[in-house]
Design a protein around this ligand. Structure first.
Ligand SMILES: [Fe+2]
Ligand SMILES: [Fe+2]
Length: 264
């Protein structure tokens, strides 16, 4: 992760000044920081290039796709869109796509099981739609289409990123300390989610997402979604009608990404 490109003073100013550090929750600050890293690390690779201007005056929870200063125009998706179409036409444009591709590239290159590669590929895609509590939204987003362990892992990675695990080389992000101070501490529900996940038999399905996450900002690596076509084919149950058209429990989320301008 190239943290040197993050200007602490400018970042804090964008959040609303020093008071933001006391008024915003730890999770919100961490989400804002992850989004900032994604934005900086994707600026040179995502078509069309996002313009580096101050954020629009929108509530912080909303995803990048709603910010017209950041994503000025959107192309139409095919009528029966696939996950690959969503990467090409939405996730990559909004920024989170290349971060997920880089994470998945690391999982693949380091010989991890396909289920971890797939989890890395999907783990932050929902940030195009919603940033606040993105682990929970992200799990709901993909649940109808993937192995339950992937959904579970995505839900809990939001909490696990705050807690180190030396057994897999995951350290507490020094960047949190640097940006937010020594006494930075996530909310009680994050601690509870961590305690629950730590004891769960699927713990590693979430932990490996946080490990692969740290490789998701490597600007020297620029994989394409087409590199993962076979893995997606084996690990993602595409609805024949296309994502958003299948009346699954999360179809509405995919529909909003297809047309984020719908008024109701
Ligand atoms: Fe994340
Ligand atoms: Fe991430």
């Amino acid at each position: 992760m190239n943290v040197d490109k993050i200007d602490r003073r400018a970042f804090i100013a964008r959040l609303g000044g020093a008071t933001a550090l006391t008024t915003l929750s730890a999770s919100t600050l961490a989400d804002e920081l992850e989004d900032e890293l994604i934005r900086v690390a994707s600026a040179d690779t995502t078509p069309p290039k996002p313009r580096r201007r101050p954020r629009a005056e929108v509530r912080r929870g909303s995803g990048a796709i709603f910010d017209k200063k950041r994503v000025a125009s959107l192309d139409e998706l095919p009528k029966d869109p696939t996950l690959i179409d969503f990467f090409n036409y939405r996730f990559n444009v909004a920024g989170a796509g290349i971060h997920c591709l880089r994470s998945a590239h690391h999982a693949l290159a380091s010989g991890q099981d396909e289920i971890h590669v797939m989890a890395a590929l999907l783990h932050d895609t929902v940030m195009s739609l919603m940033r606040a509590d993105h682990g929970y939204w992200g799990a709901d987003f993909v649940a109808p289409y993937v192995d339950e362990r992937i959904t579970w892992g995505i839900r809990h990675h939001q909490a696990l990123r705050f807690f180190p695990d030396e057994s897999v080389g995951y350290e507490y992000p020094e960047l949190y300390r640097r940006m937010f101070g020594e006494d930075f501490d996530p909310e009680p529900y994050v601690h509870e989610a961590y305690e629950h996940a730590r004891k769960h038999r699927w713990y590693m399905h979430s932990r490996m997402i946080t490990v692969n996450d740290t490789y998701g900002f490597d600007e020297d690596v620029n994989p394409s979604i087409e590199d993962f076509t076979d893995i997606i084919g084996r690990n993602f149950r595409h609805p024949k009608e296309g994502l958003g058209n299948d009346n699954s429990p999360s179809a509405h989320m995919w529909r909003v990404l297809i047309n984020p301008d719908r008024p109701l």
